[in-house]
Ligand binder design. Structure first.
Ligand code: N01
Length: 500
């Protein structure tokens, strides 16, 4: 490697919640030589992209925020995407992160130089970036996914994805088709029916719906949170405990799952008087298997005069709309795809080449795996946020992210403090961890027989963590760099132990 290049301590890929959180914790721990590479022109990740009408978080903001960046001013229990994006912007300002972010920088690949202990991060339209450690924080839900439906490119009307909303398009008086009935669709449909002339919702699989009450936070409560930070910590801990209780019915297929299903059915009976429609909306899989839908507005929206639920399977998309299998062509001015994301569970979002030229996409061809979700053997000094088997089904993604970030910061500190060329997790430790994760997953709702974005086509669950959030936090605190990793010093001499 030529001597003229700059080698950063850390390159962070992505300026969403995870990348920014990692930057804040690195900074707080005295690591300031880092660069954040972001393909877009502003920070925010999924909350920058998902601005569709009604976009909101179905986890309470007190818990869906970083404990190291508490916000006393959340306006409601569950915040909308604009307020979450403002929180992210405020974090960028408060921790002075903008100076470190390189926008319009799309990372195209990673190659590890074992001799130097340096990752070469190639980027589109520019010279590569070099760093001793890399945090891959590009997020699993960052690329819009379009369905594999025949004729999709034939459609000549306005085509919109939930994660790439065109706010210049006016839906007033338009005939609209919505494909998909997942977490995004149930937020979009209640807003669209307010302005569109007619909305047709194409449902392939109904989901379990729970009601969501979203009270505003009073000025007095905000003042208490501002004056007494401890009160906010108590509120967060209370929400945390409440969601842990929900795990009993949502994570594991258990008698508590029946309780969740009963609550959902009672809610449906209350909101949907028509028995035939209730039948159409009743899932045939266990609650929790797909993500629970938290909404009190979706069922009423479906029953408005200008809305129709269509459960006939889609045969194809035509020039003018959607043709269902019984032969009817439904014509639309606009077609909304609320069809989720390109989630890479097999292979990697970008090519990653590790020690001895090994290629991560090949190793993950049948499903991704890692050591405690954040490191992969053979790819030293590279750390994942939201890596394999780190997904929560019942709690806040940010609780999980925080735990990952603390483990990552400790590992990066170790590489830099001990001047290591590489810190690589042992393959046998990783294999033991994964055998345990896959064994535990067998008892979960996710593996109980539905199709979801959590699973590969052949049913391998590379996505979710099979346990309570507290167990995930304990797992990440239990990362043992001295016994579970191999360390090699920059001078190429093996290091006996890295702990201390
Ligand atoms: O996507 P999804 P999403 N023909 O994959 C349907 C997060 N999120 O954007 O169920 C017909 O859940 C598909 O049908 P089926 C959250 O983690 C969070 O809604 O596969 N339909 C399904 O109905 C969530 O899990 C919030 O049969 C087709 C829909 O499209 C993740 O994002 C809010 C089809 C896709 O649902 C993704 O949610 C929103 C086809 N060929 C999202 N292909 C919060 O509040 C797909 N579909 C935090």
């Amino acid at each position: 490697m030529s001597g003229a290049i700059t080698v950063h301590d850390t390159a962070i890929i992505g300026a969403g919640f995870a990348g920014l959180g990692a930057a804040i914790r690195l900074q707080r721990n005295g690591i300031d030589d880092y660069v954040i590479l972001e393909r877009d022109t502003r920070p925010g990740g999924t909350w920058r992209d998902n601005t569709y009408p009604g976009a909101a978080c179905d986890i309470p903001s007190r818990l869906y925020s970083y404990s190291f960046a508490p916000n006393p001013d959340w306006s409601r229990t569950y915040s909308g995407s604009a307020e979450i994006l403002s929180y992210i912007d405020a974090m960028v300002a408060e921790f002075d992160l903008a100076r470190r972010i390189r926008y319009r920088t799309t990372v195209t690949g990673l190659v590890f130089d074992e001799a130097e202990g340096v990752w070469e991060v190639s980027v589109a339209d520019g010279p590569p970036v070099h760093a001793r450690t890399v945090v891959l924080a590009s997020g699993p839900l960052s690329t819009p996914g379009y369905p594999d439906i025949r004729g999709i490119d034939d459609y000549t009307g306005v085509r919109m994805h939930s994660a790439a909303w065109d706010h210049d398009y006016d839906f007033t008086g338009k005939k609209v088709g919505v494909i998909g009935t997942g977490a995004s669709a149930v937020q979009i449909v209640p807003e669209l029916v307010k302005t569109a002339a007619h909305v047709s919702v194409f449902q392939r699989t109904p989901g379990w719906v729970l009601p969501r009450f979203n009270p505003t936070v009073s000025d007095r409560t905000k003042a208490v949170y501002r004056r007494l930070p401890g009160a906010q910590r108590v509120a967060r801990a209370t929400w945390f405990a409440g969601h842990e209780a929900v795990a009993l019915g949502v994570v594991w297929a258990s008698p508590a799952t029946r309780v969740v299903e009963a609550v959902s059915k009672i809610n449906m009976r209350r909101q949907v008087p028509d028995p035939w429609m209730r039948r159409q909306l009743t899932p045939d899989f266990r609650a929790g298997c797909k993500r629970l839908l938290m909404t009190s507005d979706y069922y009423p929206a479906l029953q408005r005069d200008n809305c129709r639920l269509i459960t006939w399977p889609i045969a194809r998309i035509s020039e003018k709309g959607v043709r269902t299998v019984e032969g009817i062509e439904h014509q639309f001015d606009a077609l909304v795809f609320a069809t989720g994301f390109e989630v890479s569970k097999q292979g990697t979002p970008i090519p990653v080449v590790g020690r001895d030229g090994r290629v991560l996409a090949q190793e993950w061809a049948r499903g991704a795996y890692a050591y405690k979700s954040f490191a992969v053997s053979g790819y030293p000094n590279l750390y994942f946020t939201f890596g394999p088997n780190s997904g929560p089904g019942h709690s806040s993604a940010l609780v999980y992210m925080e735990a990952q970030i603390e483990a990552i910061v400790t590992a990066i500190h170790t590489v830099l403090d001990r001047d290591l060329a590489l810190l690589d997790v042992r393959a046998d430790v990783q294999a033991d961890h994964n055998a345990d994760i896959q064994r535990r997953l067998r008892a979960t709702t996710w593996n109980s027989g539905c199709q979801s974005w959590y699973l590969t086509a052949d049913g391998f669950n590379a996505t979710m963590f099979p346990g309570f959030a507290a167990q995930y936090v304990a797992q990440m605190r239990g990362v043992d760099l001295s016994s579970d990793f191999t360390a090699v010093a920059r001078r190429n001499a093996p290091v006996a132990a890295v702990a201390g």
